[in-house]
Every structure is written in C-alpha cells, then in structure tokens.
Write a protein that binds this ligand. Structure first.
Ligand code: GLC
Ligand code: MG
Length: 425
C-alpha cells in the first residue's frame, strides 16, 4: 500500500458477514461505533482489510446496504481475489499463484456426480472458487469423498465448510489465511510489515486467518460452532486468540482493548465530546467529533443549547466559507445559525451520519487539508459528499480546538441525490 510511508501501526483483517456487519442489528450500532473509532484514531496510520467469502458482486451489494467504511485492501471470494484501494485494482501476482495445480473444470465434473451438493448462484462461482450448499449433517462425509476423488484426479484442493451450509472448493494455496500470508510477505519485502495484525472472524472460512504466525485474533461472541470447534482442537492454548464477549464489530473493539493495540474507546461512546483531552492538534478527530455532534443535534440527543452553537461559531473563522454541493456559497457562521431550526428534526427517525476515509494532509506549519466522504442516511435514502476542509491552528491552543477555515463539498457520484435533497453540510 503506497498510502503509508511507514509500517502500519495496526492492520485489521476482518470478515464481513456476522463479524464486521451484524445482520441482527438493523441500527448497525456496533459497526458505526467501529467506524468512528477507526476514522478518529487509525485511518491515517493503519490499514483496514476486509476479507469476505462474498464475490465482488455480493460484496458491492453489502456495501450499499450497510454503513461500511472503505477498506484499503479487499479480499473477496474466500481469499481468492485481492484488490487494492478505492478503484479495487486486482493483484495479478496472486492470480498466478492460484493457477498452480488448479483446474476448475475437473472440480465441476467430479462434484456434478454428488447429488448432495447444490451449486450456489452463478455470481458466487469464481475463477478459483467453486461453491455449493450442503446440509450440516452431511458436510463431513461429503468433504471427505470430494477430497478423495479430486486427489485421484491429481488436484490439490482446499475444502472449507462455513456457516453450517456453505461448502467452498479452492486451490490448496488459497483461502483467507494464505491471502493474508501473501500480503504479509509483500509488506515485509517493502520493509513495511504492520506493527500488529488483528484478524477477526466468525465462521469456518475464517479459521485459516487464525493460523498465520504472530497475528492477534478475535472470534466474535456470536462465532459459529465450526469455528469454535476448530479453535478447541488447534488453537486453544494460543493466548493471542480470544473468543470475545461482544458480538460482531463490538467484539473487534473489545479485542483492540484486550490486546492493547491502541485506542479502544469509540468517540460514539463518549457523551461529552468537548471533555476529551487531546495532547496535540488532531484534524481527523475534529472532523469525526463535528459530525457526531451534528448527528446528535438533529436526533435531539444533545441539549438544545445556544452554548453549543456559540462554541461551534468560536471554532469557525469569521470569514470562513462553505461551498454547498449545489454550488451555493455561505459563511460558516450562517451555516451554524441555520442549525438552530434543524434541532431534533430527525428525532426518533432512522437517521445516521458517518465519515469515511478521513485523511488529513498538513499543508502549512499551522494548517491541514482534510479530505473525507461524509455520508448521511435518512430512512432508505443515502447521500454522500466528497468533502474537503481546511483547518488551522493559527492563534489557538489545543484546548480551543482547530479553526475551520473553508469547507467544500461535491456530490459523490455513486450516492448523489436523485432530485431535490435536503443537505445541510
Ligand atoms: C459467502 C459467499 C459464498 C461462500 C460463503 C462461505 O457467503 O457468498 O459463496 O460459500 O461465503 O465462504
Ligand atoms: Mg462471516
């Protein structure tokens, strides 16, 4: 990853379904708590890696459904597809590794003879992954017989059972663990091995992640039977792996704290944000804190107090300008005034705000340009603006907080408004 010039402080490699994403929490609270922690404390010096069983098609669907951050690296199709950055540039070196000793036609031919195997949808059949559904009570026998007949045909494959229903057949050198080992080797060659790696999972295809040397691991509280069984046999005495008390993303936060990997209090869990004591100017934290306040203000989760607005004005430059995505310009002070009438306008409604890829760049001795995506979800509608904010530390103390000098927003092409949209900032 070229974004970091030094070793990442932390690399989180997390599964998505039932690990980062809790499908039993329609409010996505633990995911939003994780997001805020990551953007406030880790984004600029750490790496976020999603490692999912989903194909690119289903991964993109999940991103539209859930308030997920953008990862630095995306590993899809059970460790068989590695891509980098926002443009999801594929790693062709990895594809070549996987071509060794693999012939998916032979896999299809042999498995078609087994009636207990039901092929999954077309989107989930990938160049190095053939996937089926199998009943739980038949999984062990079927795995054994598939393995034997493919061996007889000269193929070395890995067969993984997950979630009590999914059976994946991959090249032996594939899987979530092997993909992570490949990334570690790459980073090592560049002299940029992350200081710590935390792997996070809940089901069978994640077991592989926990086999990589030197990583910390968390099985979230809601982990599946097959993963807990694997742990009982292979990793019980490994102090670097825990079974969290908390579900999904809350379990990941718990593990960051348990292993002392860095800050583990999400700003979402802090009621009085003005109280947090910073040691240095922190532009990313400033952005996270502002939008958290903005969400709470519109949900009426903070008091309707003039004091808050006065404090906001105090951190906005008098001549500061905000460029709305429609192109209309306003003074930052006018924007603060306009907040008065929107106090509590989303009270009791499914309204959420989150920021993604908050990346500050120091552009002068006392100024930072912070770029980020600002998302807002109101019921079923989701909007996003690419945002650039100029913050300054001129003539203020750390306790005062940075001054907002200029803010500019443009619609993110994937999530702009269909027609007229209400968008404050
Ligand atoms: C995801 C994939 C599926 C796979 C399963 C387990 O659900 O969509 O194809 O079998 O993960 O790895
Ligand atoms: Mg999962």
């Amino acid at each position: 990853m070229d974004r970091l010039t030094e070793n990442a402080r932390l690399m989180i490699v997390s599964d998505l379904d039932h690990t980062m994403v809790d499908h039993h929490d329609p409010e996505n609270l633990s995911l939003l708590r994780f997001n805020t922690l990551w953007e406030a404390n880790y984004r600029s010096n750490s790496l976020l890696v999603f490692s999912t069983g989903r194909s690119p098609t289903l991964y993109k669907e999940l991103r539209k459904e859930k308030p997920m951050l953008t990862p630095d690296i995306t590993i899809m199709s059970v460790g068989t597809e590695i891509t980098y950055g926002n443009s999801m540039e594929p790693d062709n070196g990895w594809v070549e590794c996987l071509n060794q000793n693999w012939d998916r036609n032979i896999v299809l031919e042999e498995t078609s003879k087994i009636s207990e195997l039901t092929l999954q949808s077309e989107t989930e059949q990938r160049p190095h992954k053939v996937s089926f559904y199998v009943q739980k009570d038949k999984a062990e026998d079927i795995t054994r017989s598939v393995s034997t007949c493919l061996k007889e045909r000269g193929l070395d494959v890995k067969i993984i059972y997950s979630g009590g229903m999914d059976l994946d057949i991959l090249p032996q050198g594939a899987g979530k663990g092997q993909a992570l080992a490949y990334l570690h080797d790459k980073f090592k060659a560049e002299g940029k091995l992350p200081e710590n790696t935390l792997v996070c999972g809940d089901s069978g295809n994640d077991a592989d992640l926990f086999t990589i040397p030197d990583v910390h691991g968390v099985m979230v509280s809601n982990a599946q039977e097959e993963l807990l069984q694997w742990y009982g046999i292979h990793a019980k005495n490994n102090p670097k792996i825990i079974h969290a008390k908390e579900r999904c993303a809350a379990g990941i936060i718990e593990a960051i704290g348990h292993f002392n990997l860095g800050p583990s209090i999400s700003p979402r869990d802090v009621t009085d944000l003005s109280d947090s004591k910073l040691e240095t100017f922190d532009p990313a934290y400033e952005v996270v804190k502002f939008y958290l306040f903005y969400e709470r203000w519109r949900l009426a989760e903070v008091e309707n107090s003039e004091l808050y607005l006065a404090n906001l004005k105090a951190v906005c430059s008098k001549s500061g300008i905000f460029v709305h995505p429609s192109g209309i310009e306003k003074h930052l002070h006018e924007c603060v005034d306009s907040l008065r009438t929107s106090y509590g306008d989303k009270k009791g409604l499914p309204f959420r705000v989150w920021v993604d890829q908050v990346l500050p760049v120091q552009v002068g001795s006392d100024s930072w340009l912070v770029k980020f995506k600002k998302w807002e979800q109101s019921g079923g509608e989701r909007l996003c603006c690419l945002t650039t904010a100029l913050l300054s530390s001129k003539d203020v103390t750390v306790a005062d907080g940075l001054t907002w000098v200029h803010v500019h927003q443009t619609w993110f092409k994937e999530a702009g408004p269909g027609g007229d949209a209400q968008w404050l900032f």
